[in-house]
Design a binder for this molecule. Sequence first.
Ligand code: SAH
Length: 253
Amino acid sequence: MSGRLTVVGIGPGDARYRTPEAEDALAAADALYGYAPYLDRLPTRQNQARCPSNNRKERARARSALQHAAEGTCVALVSGGDPGVFAMAAAVCEEIEAGPAAWRSLDVRVVPGVTAMLAVAARIGAPLGHDFCALSLSDNLKPWELIERRLDAAARAEFVIALYNPMSRARPRQLGMAFERLRKYLPPTTPVVFGRAVGRPDEQVSVTTLAMAEDSADMATLVIVGSPQTRVIVRPGRSPLVYTPRAAQGWPA
Ligand code: SAH
């Protein structure tokens, strides 16, 4: 089978976040699949087919890309950030596992990208400098009770917590409910970072505390909730640095 499917991470926004490997994979593709706004960010090339799709149709998009590659085409399937973080690489694996046997002999590659939590962390200092975890607050693919259990466990274990998909118009209450949950375990002074559209022209990054954190965000926002060890360095004339020291002292009483 001569086709190939490359799942390409294009980073959070700005083209400078794309790796040379991602650029090469995009340039080599005869067909580009992806969520329409992501495809719009990419340079156009002659004789390259563009197959934009709706954000919610991930399974169908993965299947179409696999089918097209199985017909002998060099296909790139584009994901924002890293394709393996709450994104298309896992959707492709799910479809390969469930799909026709021929899809298992396809040349499938995954090209990593800068995921949102790393881009947001870099803007503000080093909040992920010690142990951390990432959770999606979307309950489209898992029950809310499971999200709550994981939030409890993460806070109890003193992980810094990166929250992807914090809320949307269809899910307006998730972030507020998550903060309420975390307030049971974490000090009110715990730093909370909001990073919106990082790497894009309308980027906004702000720092607050868990006590003051408002449940206002959108689907372009990533929230980082610190651990009890996370610190804020206030600096004259400069934005604060948020960081989590590399060393931690034993278990809390
Ligand atoms: N694969 C992507 C994540 C997809 S889930 C990645 O690795 O980044 C979508 C969520 O990612 C959004 O709801 C938001 O929480 C986060 N996100 C994606 N791009 C972002 C950006 N430029 N700035 C802040 N958060 C972003």
